[in-house]
Structure formats: C-alpha cells, structure tokens
Design a protein around this ligand. Structure first.
Ligand SMILES: [Zn+2]
Length: 268
C-alpha cells in the first residue's frame, strides 16, 4: 500500500465569479467565490463558496388564491422555526449530494513549445481530472453580502412542488428588479415519485421524470446554466436535471470547467 501526502497548491482564488448563459446574464454581483487547487497527483479541485440568504414566506391569501392551495388548518400556512432550520439543513444536504462530484471533466494545457526544447512525452497535451465541491455559507434573513437571496414559500405539506425560478435580483445598473433571486416552495426538496411524474405528464404534457427535485434544478441556474428543455441540443433528454429529471451530467459543469481552464492558462 502506498500513501501520498496531500500537497494542495492554490492556483487561484476569485471572489464574486460571474458565470452565466444567455438568459441569466444579468446582475451586478457574482454567483459565487471559488478556488482552483492542484492536488498531489495533479488532480484539480474546483471549490465553490456560495453565500446564501434564506427568507421564509408564510402562505398569504394572494398566493393561496394563485396557486389554488388548500391547507388543513391555519398553522400549516405558517413556517415554524424548527421547519425553517430543517429546510435549510436539508437543502444543504440535497444540493451537496446532488451536485458535488468527482471527475467531472479534464482541464490543462500543453507547455509552450520552443524549438529545440525537450518536452517529456507525458507533458504533451497534458490534461488532468477535475473534482467539483460546493460549500455554502447560509444565513436566515438579517443582512448579508450574499450571492443569492432565496425565498421559500410555505405550501401545503406533501403536494408536488408548485414553482421555482431564478432571476437575478439586480440588473447591471444596480436597479432592484425582483424581491429575491430565487423563489421556491416548501416542497422543493422532495423528489418526485413515479406516480406524481405520471400525473404531471398526463395533466400538462410536461415530460416529468421521477426523482426530480425543484431545488436541485434551480441550483443549476445558480451556477449559470440555462434550461435544457429550451435547448435543441439537449431537449430530447428529459432525465437531465436542467430538463425535468434527476440526472446531473458532466456537461452541467461546463461553465465551471471553462472558468478553471481559463485561470489555469493565465497562471502558466
Ligand atoms: Zn429552470
């Protein structure tokens, strides 16, 4: 058995990194802080740090009317403190278990070739695997220099998650456009059952897949990804997390990888 002493080397540290595809290219603040690290053995780690502020919204009459929600009793319309803490803890767990991934792709570069220099064959076109690791600083309400504000609306317990959206709160001129960056409801962490998926398919024609969670899908937007269902290249695959399914693919890390690759090339 061999042991390697871990020798992480920080290549770059960046605050308020801005990565976004077409429809999410708004907002003056970045999406996250990040570090690119080279580990012993040449493997790269992208460590993402996101500062989040959660706001819990009780079910008011206007939203009950729009969503046609039915509550058992008035207590169910209100977020209890224990429920709020539970939601944040479970959100954190769900996102890390869904999105933290080893070997999502490879980055790297070939050394510049100077005439007459010997380059070891292994150095030629060398790329190395990349792991991605998401970390969160989470705070409820109050004040914070955050990357995203997340509003969680109280919905009746146990129903299918009703909505989710990510819109940058401020535009490039620093004007406030929305109340929050992210809007989800209290059922957004529950994976869709096969029965629920079938019901949605029949009722609305949306190609819903079992195992999908709204929170994991919206998180994809929080790392700059557009809808897969709106993209002709990916729209054939409803199992994708950015479509109506549960699956995270290596291509979903493309924005992070191109950020890291650009940093690596610049660092020489
Ligand atoms: Zn979406």
């Amino acid at each position: 058995m061999t042991f390697t002493i871990s020798d992480p080397r920080l290549i770059v540290r960046a605050n308020d990194v801005f990565v976004a595809e077409e429809t999410l290219k708004v907002g003056h603040n970045g999406y996250f802080d990040a570090r690119l690290i080279r580990r012993a053995g040449g493997v790269f780690d992208i460590e993402v740090f996101m500062k989040l502020q959660f706001f819990f919204v009780d079910a008011k009459d206007w939203i009950i009317e729009i969503m046609q929600w039915e509550f058992e009793d008035d207590d169910e319309r209100i977020w209890a403190q224990a429920e709020r803490h539970d939601y944040m803890r479970k959100w954190h767990k769900l996102i890390r278990s869904t999105w933290n991934r080893m070997h999502v792709g490879r980055i790297g570069h070939s050394p510049d070739m100077k005439l007459g220099t010997f380059v070891h064959p292994e150095e030629l076109g060398q790329t190395r695997p990349v792991n991605v690791n998401f970390n969160f600083f989470i705070q409820e309400a109050g004040w914070m220099q955050d990357h995203f504000e997340i509003e969680v609306f109280k919905a009746p317990d146990g129903i299918v998650s009703g909505f989710g959206s990510v819109e940058r709160r401020r535009d490039l001129l620093d004007q406030v456009l929305y109340d929050a960056d992210v809007e989800i409801d209290s059922n957004s962490l529950a994976p869709r059952s096969e029965k629920q998926a079938e019901m949605i398919r029949e009722k609305s024609g949306v190609p819903a897949e079992a195992g999908y969670t709204t929170a994991a899908h919206e998180f994809g937007h929080m790392i700059g990804l557009d809808e897969d269902y709106a993209n002709p290249i990916y729209s054939h695959d409803p199992c994708s997390v950015m479509h109506h399914g549960p699956d995270v693919y290596p291509r979903h890390y493309r924005l992070l990888l191109s950020w890291a690759d650009a940093k690596l090339k610049r660092s020489g």
